[in-house]
Design a protein around this ligand. Sequence first.
Ligand SMILES: Cc1cc2nc3c(=O)[nH]c(=O)nc-3n(C[C@H](O)[C@H](O)[C@H](O)COP(=O)(O)OP(=O)(O)OC[C@H]3O[C@@H](n4cnc5c(N)ncnc54)[C@H](O)[C@@H]3O)c2cc1C
Length: 428
Amino acid sequence: MRVAIIGAGPAGLAAAIELSRLPFVDYTVYEKANQVKEIGAGISIQPSTWRLLEHLGAAQHLRNSDWFAPEDHHYVRHYNGRTGRLLSTHFQENIPENLLHARCQRAVLQKALLASNDRSRIRTSKKLVDILQLPSGRVQLRFEDGFLDEVDLVIGADGVRSMVRNHAFPEHKISYTGRTVYRTLLPTDLARRVSGLPVDAVIFWHAPKGQWVYTCNLGGGVYELTVMTNEPLTDTEQQCVSWGEDAEVGSMSSHFKNFHRPLQDLFAMTGSIQRYAAFAGPRLPTVISNGNVALIGDASHPLSGAFGAGAGFALEDAYTLARGLSWAHSISSSALLVDALKLFDRVRSPHYERLYGVLDAFKAVGETLADPNVTLNDDEEVAVLVATNWAKRHGWIYEYDITVEVERLGTNVGVSWEKIVEPARARL
Ligand SMILES: Cc1cc2nc3c(=O)[nH]c(=O)nc-3n(C[C@H](O)[C@H](O)[C@H](O)COP(=O)(O)OP(=O)(O)OC[C@H]3O[C@@H](n4cnc5c(N)ncnc54)[C@H](O)[C@@H]3O)c2cc1C
């Protein structure tokens, strides 16, 4: 089976490791950048992500100093950003020491995944520009430099602005959410100079209208400052900012003028910052198409980092897709690629439906707070937001164990394979 993976972000690199273990698959990773860039700010490693990094062999390339995990096992603290008052702390319970929630630089994760990849399978400077469905059921891929490939399966791991998704679901559109994110990395030692700033912690400092400042130690002497604002960008600005365009620190801090002193001091120490427009789109009805396209990672769920768990979701997708391919190959010699994709979709689409449901609930809270009849002052509004949208009941997102989900389906498949695959075949 010839497979093309489009994109060498966490999703594409994880999928490549998975496929390298399937002897019946011949795969190539195509990445538009001229090198697999180890860039970005902070990223979360949840318990499920740790399990998958172990499974992928990538965890062995991460040293303890590469990441940060709070000593008291909290995974997040929520403060009122104006008063500096602690509103809630969420602790991890019954999580083994080696799986505790951690934060690291995206670059560190990329490097660990790359180290477990066969580099000869990764082709850089290959921007996919066109996909053609052939009468044979195969897919022809055309790249910007004129290079062509023909494959049985295309895995779209090409991020939030996915070209593969545009091909598979032309009616699906992502749009600017009206939110602008600022990010920077600072030396942790510099952050330690800020009096009253809890450096060894994972913190959201909340402001009204869903704006926040996020501070976190990332390990390796690096400290993260990420800021969510409701700053509107022009059409031109929205298009050119994708994961980082240099911006003024002052335009970021202007949104938080009344914030707690330590945050003001941290802003004052920040020399440079980047911003990007947060784009998102509605949930896809399915993450597969035409029996020969599968979407994984941000391409499959354009949520624009809404849950801060994009890398974890990407690894879960790659794992599930590989298990689907493996089962379809081993259980029935007559199994079709579409059967494997169907299995993948049966696990992941309901999961994303649930995640989008959480976002709908968030939106409802925002609408209630915006109702002119609701008269809360800023601090009361922040307290309500933290008690609702940021409540611990959403912890399942981070503790979800994909291996259990996949095994459960696998057991069912063993019992009733035909029941699952026949309806898929009937649609061909
Ligand atoms: C440069 C960059 C920096 C990021 N920094 C952060 C961060 O600091 N914190 C955070 O939480 N998330 C960050 N993200 C997003 C984060 O990596 C994802 O949310 C998550 O890890 C899932 O990864 P992904 O592989 O699905 O998507 P991505 O990480 O977005 O990777 C997609 C890959 O596909 C490639 N690609 C896109 N279009 C094409 C095409 N037409 N042809 C070939 N290749 C293509 C891109 O160059 C990219 O390498 C960043 C993404 C990028 C691209």
